[in-house]
Design a protein around this ligand. Structure first.
Ligand code: SF4
Ligand code: SF4
Length: 423
């Protein structure tokens, strides 16, 4: 779709309305949450943790795998999406219902093959609404930002024959009762993870409570997470969880922090360990690389400092105009940089590599001060080397080569050229 069409679409108009409401609430709440803490100290801590973790990723990964295995978690490493999907297909029997929670990494690998043979039910309220509206998510933390109350009510009535009042409370109440039944019957829980500590903890934060249910009630819990989620200790993981709550949703603490270190077990009968007490008997972790090692090799490791809080998106002038059309599965400037390694430089080019104005608003708002404009410039260099650049850039380069200035003509003194270029 052309940019003009995107900008004029109904979907983007609705997203803007939803975004403006969400943005004000987010700002007010975040301000309150930040007043309670030493923000600079938190930011310094976060940067230290992620710099160290990415620098020592191989060793930390080995340690995390060893500790988790010792505790009874079955760990698999997947070098790319294809391998991750093959593992999932082996672990999940055909026809079994899967209850799933929000996960960028599962979204990254794509689970279309699973969808063909298994019913997959999203359990995060926003994701569930996006799923039933046959839409796609526009924000990593607030996926249904673009769905209006009346549209949701119309879809629920048409699809489920249930007439709801046009109030968020009514919708949430119905979603809760509908999903509770599905979760209690499902045998497979599928989630992502926010952080993994090398001492053997898998951290998943949430406000709704669905992840607590999805990771406790089914017999099998499968977690898919990327390798850059690993940090040295539980203490470091908690720091990241706190930052995710503040910068992601504007609250001081997430409602729940799930820490999973082994399958559910009891030793209450004659001290013999029996797995599968109240929670899952089997816990699996799939650790995905999918281009991340390459990012480190190429010296762009700052891309991996990101904790996926989504704060930068609220302030990005490009994202605020076109939302999920700026990036693919991962949005904004950081998203575009990341996807150039996951889905290829062509994909990054197609999804807005040259849209970024390099204004640095994202860097200013990022709790890790990730220098997204610099990353974008470096990824653009890779794109140009692959002959991928905008028409305007091509013109500018041609002009420089032919007449020695980017305007393509001999400019007389004090004359303003027809076209102005900025790099
Ligand atoms: S530098 Fe680029 S990605 Fe960052 S806020 Fe500005 S336009 Fe968005
Ligand atoms: S780049 Fe920074 S602000 Fe943006 S999602 Fe990542 S950690 Fe959050």
């Amino acid at each position: 779709m052309e940019l003009k069409e995107i900008l004029e679409s109904e979907r983007i108009r609705e997203a803007k309305k939803g975004f403006n409401l969400a943005f004000q609430t987010y700002l007010t709440n975040r301000q309150k949450a930040l007043e309670e803490i030493d923000e600079e100290a938190l930011k310094k801590d976060l940067r230290r943790i992620k710099e160290y973790s990415i620098k020592n990723l191989s060793a930390l990964k080995a340690k995390a795998i060893e500790n988790l295995k010792k505790q009874g978690v079955q760990v698999f490493e997947a070098k790319d999406s294809k391998e991750a999907k093959e593992i999932l297909l082996k672990l999940i029997p055909e026809g079994e219902t899967i209850v799933k929670s929000k996960s960028n990494v599962i979204n990254e690998i794509g689970i279309e093959d699973l969808e063909k043979r298994n019913e997959i039910i999203e359990t995060d309220c926003g994701d569930f609404l996006v799923q039933i509206c046959k839409e796609s998510s526009v924000h990593p933390v607030t996926p249904a930002l673009h769905l209006t109350v009346d549209r949701i009510v119309r879809v629920v009535e048409k699809k489920f024959g249930v007439k709801l009042e046009e109030r968020p409370e009514e919708i949430v109440k119905w979603v809760r009762s509908y999903l509770r039944e599905k979760i209690s019957k499902a045998k497979i829980g599928l989630t992502g993870a926010n952080v993994i500590s090398a001492d053997g903890g898998i951290f998943i934060i949430e406000n709704e409570g669905n992840i607590s249910l999805v990771s406790r009630l089914p017999e099998k819990h499968i977690i898919v997470a990327s390798i850059d989620k690993i940090v040295p200790s539980m203490q470091d993981a908690i720091t990241i969880c706190k930052a995710l709550a503040i910068y992601g949703t504007g609250v001081s603490l997430p409602t729940y922090i799930n820490v999973i270190s082994s399958p559910s077990k009891t030793a209450d009968i004659q001290k013999q360990i029996v797995y599968g007490a109240h929670g899952p008997k089997e816990v699996y972790l799939i650790l995905l690389d999918n281009g991340r090692s390459k990012i480190i090799e190429e010296g762009l490791e700052e891309i991996l400092y990101c904790i996926n809080c989504g704060a930068c998106l609220y302030f990005c002038p490009v994202y605020r105009q076109i939302f999920d059309n700026y990036g693919y599965k991962y949005f904004g400037g950081r998203g575009v940089s990341l996807i150039s390694f996951i889905f290829g430089i062509e994909k990054a080019f197609e999804r807005g590599l040259f849209y970024c104005t390099t204004c640095s608003a994202c860097k200013e708002q990022c709790p890790l001060s990730i220098d997204i404009p610099s990353l974008i410039r470096k990824v653009r260099e890779i794109a140009v080397k692959s002959n991928l650049t905008t028409k305007t850039n091509f013109e500018m380069i041609e002009n420089l080569e032919s007449v020695g200035n980017p305007f393509g003509e001999t400019i007389k003194e004090k004359e303003i050229p027809d076209k102005l270029y900025c790099c």
